[in-house]
Design a protein around this ligand. Structure first.
Ligand SMILES: NC(=O)c1ccc[n+]([C@@H]2O[C@H](COP(=O)([O-])OP(=O)(O)OC[C@H]3O[C@@H](n4cnc5c(N)ncnc54)[C@H](OP(=O)(O)O)[C@@H]3O)[C@@H](O)[C@H]2O)c1
Length: 291
């Protein structure tokens, strides 16, 4: 008999802190990488109700944890518990990755790394691009601020259904980055002109996500041939938004690679090891999500 497991007594712990976490494929992604690369780490899902976040962070600090991912609803709430946060997290007010450095609990966000790598892998460039972000929630905020701070874009427009919320986000982008983001409501006649000059269009709304698969945030008349169109949603594989964009001749991509790349960027902070993307055939990832 051979008794073996990749979890050993000296395994270092990493975790996902969220609520709920049962839908997440991050445990499969990280544990697959650790096992394939023979790294002495394990990744466990922690369902942490909001009042228990402090206790979870206390456990993280006082045991053999090397780090963690943070997801809904804790991405903002975790910020005050960090000893040090990255400049990007200071600007976005969100943390999706915790790691230790010099004994200090550090927080940063890798969501925008995943997004930027996905766009660049499509062969697109941010240089001089005209970006339109649909939505004004947490993901929109992180991506808008990261783009405004870090990328050589020409223009950035926040579009959404609620005029007060899109204006607030545009104001915040200006405040933290100095970049003058514009905003337009979905029902504003200016939307057509904004979309006609858009080169990279990003849906960050949850519209069209399973099971609401017949919905789409904007009408298909707004798509123009050649535009790079990205949807952060990855279930279904092709949202109605992406299908209509593809049919109009746009280059399209769903959010699955963004999910993978942000995870690999987190993992590098814990282990120091660059995990090769080839360990994760996209068909295998889709099977995990779409089962
Ligand atoms: N691929 C990845 O790695 C990745 C990473 C992060 C998030 N995501 C996905 O991104 C999506 C958004 O996440 P989030 O954390 O940003 O959520 P959030 O903070 O709740 O924001 C949701 C956004 O969707 C908009 N929205 C919701 N229903 C709408 C409707 N019927 N019509 C128009 N707009 C509507 C909201 O607008 P209002 O403010 O007007 O309600 C808001 O702007 C989710 O599907 C999530 O799974 C993917």
């Amino acid at each position: 008999m051979s008794i073996n497991s990749f979890i050993k007594g000296n395994s270092k712990l990493t975790a996902l802190l969220g609520y709920p976490v049962s839908h997440s494929i991050s445990p499969q992604i990280h544990n697959h990488a650790f096992e394939q690369l023979n790294l002495p780490y394990v990744y466990i899902p922690f369902a942490v109700p909001p009042p228990n976040l402090y206790s979870a962070i206390y456990a993280l600090r006082n045991s053999t944890f090397t780090g963690a991912n943070v997801t809904i609803p804790h991405k903002s709430a975790v910020v005050p518990y960090c000893d040090r946060i990255s400049a990007l997290s200071q600007a976005t007010g969100t943390v999706n990755t915790l790691y230790f450095e010099d004994g200090l609990l550090c927080g940063t966000t890798t969501d925008s790394i995943g997004f930027k790598r996905s766009i660049e892998q499509m062969g697109a460039s941010f240089q001089g691009s005209h970006i339109v972000i649909l939505g004004n929630g947490g993901t929109a905020r992180t991506l808008a601020i990261a783009l405004a701070l870090e990328q050589p874009i020409a223009s950035l427009v926040i579009a959404g259904r609620n005029p007060a919320k899109i204006r607030t986000l545009a104001d915040e982008v200006l405040k933290v980055s100095g970049f003058n983001a514009e905003y337009v409501a979905f029902n504003d006649s200016q939307l057509e002109a904004v979309m006609s000059r858009c080169t990279i269009l990003v849906n960050t709304t949850s519209v069209g996500m399973y099971p609401d698969i017949d919905s789409t945030p904007i009408g298909k008349k707004h798509f123009h041939q050649g535009t790079v169109v990205f949807d952060v949603i990855y279930n279904p594989r092709e949202t109605r938004f992406l299908r209509e964009a593809r049919e109009a001749g746009c280059r399209t991509q769903n959010g699955l690679k963004m999910l993978l790349y942000q995870g690999l960027a987190s993992s590098k902070l814990w282990t120091g090891v660059e995990v090769p993307e080839e360990l994760f055939p996209i068909d295998d990832l889709e099977k995990l999500i779409l089962k």
